[in-house]
Design a binder for this molecule. Structure first.
Ligand SMILES: [Zn+2]
Length: 238
């Protein structure tokens, strides 16, 4: 709930504060508040400096606020919800305790629920929050959560040219570079092969095995993907 104006609270956990600041600095998100209003302060939630909402790391540090609220366009909010779920599934965002968004409550407060999130089988329950509410684990390590989201969001903007996904054909000597969690190969890493004895797929596979390299290169952020896009051409046979 909004309450203290657009300022991060001095009560915030340092990691939460970094995320609050990133929201405030971004033109496509509106910070709604972090310390709860009177109604919140009367309770015991993560919007208060005396939360009793136990997470995987135990109880929140007293005197620190562990949640913040913000909103963005519906399209961004849908994308954000999916991105968080993919990050969970990839075993990341361990410092996020739960998320409310689009009237859904995604709770990974317990180890059992964290495992469900990783398996992609976690179910949401109803939440009164349509805006985004993030609650962080005690001693959260997700201080760059919002920055990572922005990098992902902006990397996916139409203004950034996205290589056309192409299916790999048998016999082609190219490695695939793709975003982790996505099944779309987005570019081809072809020009690393300089050895003449690599003539076909079989040679390539043997070379990769010998060199201890993966055929599919997975990157974590759209920004990393863009770096490959600079040095790597599209699949020349596509
Ligand atoms: Zn909230």
């Amino acid at each position: 709930m909004a309450d203290i104006g657009n300022k991060p609270s001095t009560w915030d956990d340092a990691n939460v504060k970094a995320n609050v600041q990133a929201v405030i600095d971004d033109s496509r998100m509106d910070h709604l508040g972090d310390v709860g209003d009177i109604r919140h302060l009367a309770g015991a939630g993560d919007h208060t400096p005396y939360s009793t909402h136990k997470g995987k790391n135990g109880y929140p540090t007293q005197g620190k606020v562990h949640a913040h609220d913000f909103k963005m366009s519906q399209a961004d909010q849908n994308k954000f919800e999916n991105w968080v779920r993919l990050e969970w599934k990839a075993g990341r965002l361990k410092g996020l305790k739960y998320m409310n968004v689009n009237n859904r409550h995604w709770n990974i407060q317990t180890t059992a629920n964290w495992n469900k999130a990783k398996a992609g089988t976690i179910k949401s329950t109803y939440s009164g929050d349509h805006h985004v509410h993030l609650s962080y684990e005690n001693g959260s390590v997700e201080s760059d959560l919002i920055k990572r989201w922005i990098a992902y969001r902006d990397g996916a903007k139409p203004s950034t040219p996205t290589p056309t996904p192409v299916a790999q054909k048998e016999g082609e000597m190219y490695r695939v570079v793709k975003l982790r969690g996505s099944d779309k190969p987005v570019t081809w890493f072809g020009n690393y092969i300089t050895r003449r004895w690599i003539r076909d797929e079989k040679d390539l596979n043997e070379y990769l095995k010998m060199a201890g390299q993966a055929k599919v290169i997975e990157v974590d952020t759209a920004a990393e993907l863009d770096k490959y896009g600079v040095v790597v051409g599209a699949n020349p046979t596509a």
